[in-house]
Ligand binder design. Structure first.
Ligand SMILES: Cc1cc2nc3c(=O)[nH]c(=O)nc-3n(C[C@H](O)[C@H](O)[C@H](O)COP(=O)(O)O)c2cc1C
Length: 197
């Protein structure tokens, strides 16, 4: 059964897509549903850029990889991905047919949280309708760049929060969630607890 719980727990970031494209109407529907998130002061500080042109995506992929490689020494969290970044066949967008880029208005204090929740909703809505999605952190350099934002006509004051690819997964896409590591949950229900203040 596709309960919300099973959708959440079985969602997987998708890195294998078929060639099937996603229509502008379908993408608009997904975005229109994704924005129904709680958000700070109800500022709704998001705006979107959608790219469906594969040549353009390949261009941004190549530019992102070159830039990360040139700055690998100062980006230690990416060093584990050096081999992939050097692979000419590795497209950071996995040849997905669509990329939705979420920009947040920095005038709104909570914009990063707000836009991140929209990004997560996109993942869940994709999962619900048999699509796949994946947040592409590798694309943060190119879409945060002043020049790229100017090319898209993104107003000053908006910053990149989330590039999310979308498309139809191939048959090899896993259908069960990535296992979670153990984590801590602390409950306080004792009125003798010294609150620390
Ligand atoms: C902020 C952020 C950045 C990510 N960047 C990438 C990325 O550049 N490439 C990629 O393949 N996956 C990326 N992911 C997906 C994660 O690798 C994935 O969510 C994680 O491994 C857990 O797997 P799951 O989404 O299948 O549960 C990113 C996810 C987040 C939230």
């Amino acid at each position: 059964m596709n309960t919300l719980t099973s959708l959440i727990m079985n969602r997987r970031s998708c890195r294998n897509y078929t060639d099937e494209s996603l229509s502008r109407e379908r993408l608009t529907e997904l975005i229109n549903a994704a924005v129904w998130v709680p958000n700070g002061s109800n500022n709704q500080p998001w705006r979107f850029v959608v790219i469906t042109n594969k040549t353009l995506l390949k261009k941004y992929s190549d530019a992102a990889k070159s830039d990360w490689l040139a700055r690998l020494a100062e980006t230690p969290h990416l060093q584990q991905y050096e081999k992939a970044l050097r692979d000419p066949d590795y497209n950071i967008f996995y040849n997905a047919p669509a990329l939705v880029i979420i920009y947040g208005n920095t005038e709104s204090y909570w914009q990063v949280y707000d836009c991140s929740m929209v990004a997560h909703n996109l993942h869940l809505l994709a999962e619900e309708s048999g699509l796949g999605a994946c947040w592409i952190g590798f694309a943060h350099n190119v879409f945060a760049a002043k020049e790229t934002k100017a090319a898209f006509g993104i107003p000053d004051g908006y910053e990149l929060v989330a590039p999310v690819i979308l498309g139809y997964p191939t048959a090899s896409h896993p259908t069960t969630g990535t296992p979670r590591k153990p984590f801590s949950v602390l409950f306080y229900d004792d009125d003798k607890f010294k609150c620390g203040l």
